[in-house]
Ligand binder design. Structure first.
Ligand code: ADP
Ligand code: MG
Length: 236
């Protein structure tokens, strides 16, 4: 199954997201406040107390996940557009994901292409958020361990960074739903990660190509426009 995922309508939604994300964060906070009030005012058994404390922690974790999946879009500071070396980002990504991968019994294989012109243009910290969201999903798709492959590649249509996993895979229907706010198949999912990633990469004029086989794994290829010779010369 192969799909190309840049859809205007989905991306427009992002603009209206802030209010809805604020709402999603307010819910767990309200719940936590309720439990803390209970703990403070009502006599409770030790078992009940422990239960409420756990619920508080779970709710706070949920709020944290929403914020971190959504972080860079909500960030107000102006974008810093620069030339980004894809091999440097490959390095960054493998370092950031290492602990999470180890924890989940997953091996990371990194392959940096030696081709020239492996660059993209955009805001580096936003691009990193997009990569981390995609990488985290790849790891979460491998519940029983597996291999995460990270590589750069010079494709016929441009420089690419590719994240592939040997995880659960997706059906064509599931691939279509990617990037839709709050679409998640995970009990603790936010359904914000791919939405955020897609909108960041779209802004960089990149494309996301997804190949997936149910039960075998998924490949996310982020392909950027080939830069012209004069552009390369301008930025060295
Ligand atoms: P979340 O990770 O919180 O569920 P995301 O927006 O990051 O939200 O991802 C949405 C859904 O897309 C996931 O719940 C999962 O079903 C699917 N998905 C994303 N990446 C992969 C992948 N590499 N393999 C399998 N499914 C994936
Ligand atoms: Mg995710």
């Amino acid at each position: 199954i192969q799909e190309e995922l840049i859809r205007g309508e989905k991306m427009k939604i992002v603009g209206d997201m802030a209010a809805s994300v604020a709402h999603e964060i307010r819910n767990p906070l309200t719940t936590v406040r309720g439990f803390i009030q209970l703990l403070a005012t009502v006599p409770l058994t030790e078992t009940k107390k422990a239960e409420y404390k756990n619920l508080c922690l779970e709710e706070l974790n949920r709020a944290e996940r929403i914020i971190s999946d959504y972080l860079s879009l909500a960030k107000p500071d102006p974008e810093q557009i620069e030339t980004i070396d894809l091999n440097e980002e490959l390095d960054y990504l493998s370092n950031v994901l290492l602990t999470y991968a180890n924890y989940n019994d997953i091996q990371i294989r990194v392959h940096a292409s030696r081709e020239s012109g492996l660059t993209a243009t955009g805001d580096r910290s936003k691009f990193r958020q997009a990569l981390v969201n995609i990488g985290k999903n790849a790891i979460e798709a491998m519940e029983n361990g597996g291999t995460l492959e990270l590589r750069t590649d010079k494709r016929s249509d441009g420089p690419a960074i590719v994240v592939s996993d040997s995880g659960v895979g997706m059906t064509a229907e599931q691939i279509k739903r990617l990037g839709t706010p709050y679409y998640s198949t995970k009990t603790k999912g936010t359904g914000l990660g791919t939405m955020v990633s897609f909108s960041i990469i779209k802004k960089m004029n990149g494309r996301i190509r997804i190949k997936s086989d149910v039960g075998r794994g998924t490949e996310f290829a982020i392909v950027f426009p080939e830069r012209s010779w004069s552009e390369e010369r301008q930025s060295g």
